[in-house]
Design a protein around this ligand. Structure first.
Ligand code: SF4
Ligand code: SF4
Length: 396
């Protein structure tokens, strides 16, 4: 594929004008003041909130530590076009299939009853105006009819269906639909031509290790095309909840250096061995297996005919599961770019004058600042994600 910064920026400008005119000053103000207009993308993509809070009350969930409610989900206040405008106002966002990945489902479940109308509204508007790849993570039941509606949206859509236990869901996910319903969700999505991945996150040492093979087997039989294996972040509150539910938390504590976590502190567990176990089981069963959500998104993008590597450049680092487990060969799919476009993009995003530069598997540029000091971090991230190449800047 070919990617062009100048083309996307022109499209972004034109769309921004169009949606701004449509919404008028009130709508513009709401969009401009909303955090979606400033938020930086995370490795999985730019997170889209369709509700705030989640009554599923998963024992391992960290949203309470972040200050969000476990008792109710409030639909997000922006209307569909306002969300689109907020994204177009965001300097970290580029529209289009080759643009920023969008991720639904970080502080709520996007298909909860309360969140679903907003989720569908946002997805429909993203499809109409922007066309960015969209991923969602859910534990909700998606009926055949809803799966058809999603499939008809003309979006590159990557569904992640979370199943972390078949037998202990009452203790671990007391208010979420039971895993059998989620497997049915996988079936319905696949039947409608979508490419669902099993989202096996979190891995809970001593709690769900013994169920991994069964979960993967059932997911495969239901139609999952792959597995995303995730880690686990614990806090004091999460450990307390697990303990109160009767789980032995010693195997978890053994994997963190501290015995006591204070306040809202969160710690990621070292889970390399468990992740390798999942990758190997998934491979045995003929499923793709990846370590990041963006890699699932990238696989779907490619399955739907858009040959592009991972936008987070996972293929350049340790997160790539390679030929053995993924097989997407991202390193061989670098998009075509023009030198003129790269030079213009560096000058516009980093506010520098380019003195010399080279484009091959990497982009290396010598630059001179013209606007005093400004951090290059955000601009480099945006450009490396668009061009799918490492961008190195040398200041003269
Ligand atoms: S469904 Fe997700 S957001 Fe909701 S409680 Fe469970 S882990 Fe947290
Ligand atoms: S080849 Fe590597 S970087 Fe590309 S999608 Fe697969 S795991 Fe991710």
């Amino acid at each position: 594929m070919r990617v062009s910064y100048l083309e996307l920026v022109r499209r972004k400008e034109a769309l921004r004008e169009r949606v701004r005119r449509l919404l008028g000053p009130e709508g513009y103000k709401r969009a401009k003041e909303d955090p979606h207009s400033r938020r930086r993308p995370r490795p999985c993509g730019l997170t889209i909130h369709t509700a705030v809070g989640c009554p599923n009350k998963c024992t391992y969930c960290y949203i309470q530590d972040m200050g969000f409610s476990f008792t109710q989900a409030k639909p997000y206040h922006l209307k569909g076009e306002e969300l689109v405008l907020a994204l177009l106002e965001n300097r970290h966002f580029l529209p289009g299939i080759e643009g920023t990945y969008l991720a639904f489902g970080s502080i709520s479940d996007p298909f909860l009853r309360e969140a679903k109308p907003r989720t569908l509204e946002y997805m429909e508007r993203i499809s109409r105006y922007l066309g960015n790849p969209v991923q969602f993570a859910t534990k909700a039941y998606i009926s055949e009819e809803l799966a058809r509606r999603l499939s008809n949206m003309k979006l590159i859509l990557s569904p992640l269906i979370t199943v972390v236990t078949i037998h202990k869901w009452r203790e671990l996910e007391p208010s979420a639909p039971d895993p059998e319903k989620r497997l049915e969700t996988i079936r319905n999505l696949r039947r409608e031509g979508l490419y669902p991945f099993l989202f096996l996150r979190p891995l809970l040492p001593g709690i769900n290790e013994d169920e991994i093979e069964e979960i993967i087997e059932y997911s495969k039989r239901s139609g999952a095309v792959g597995v995303v294996v995730g880690g686990f972040r614990v806090s004091h509150l999460i450990l307390e909840r697990l303990r109160k539910m009767g789980f032995d938390i010693e195997p978890i504590l053994r994997r963190i250096k501290k015995r006591r976590l204070l306040g809202k502190e969160q710690v990621s567990l070292g889970l390399r061995d468990m992740k390798m176990q999942v990758l190997n089981i998934a491979k045995e069963k003929g499923l793709k297996a990846v370590l990041t959500a963006c890699c699932a998104m990238t696989n779907v993008l490619n399955m739907m005919g858009k040959e592009l590597p991972c936008a987070s450049l996972c293929f350049l680092g340790k997160m790539c599961t390679g030929d053995k487990y993924c097989g997407n060969n991202c390193a061989l799919k670098l998009p075509e770019v023009s030198e003129e476009d790269v030079k213009a993009a560096i000058e516009a995003e980093l506010r520098v004058r380019v003195i010399d530069f080279k484009v091959d598997g990497r982009i290396i540029a010598s630059v001179r600042r013209w606007n005093g000091y400004s951090s290059f971090r955000d601009g480099i991230r945006l450009l490396s994600s668009l061009y799918r190449r490492r961008v190195e800047i040398l200041v003269e």
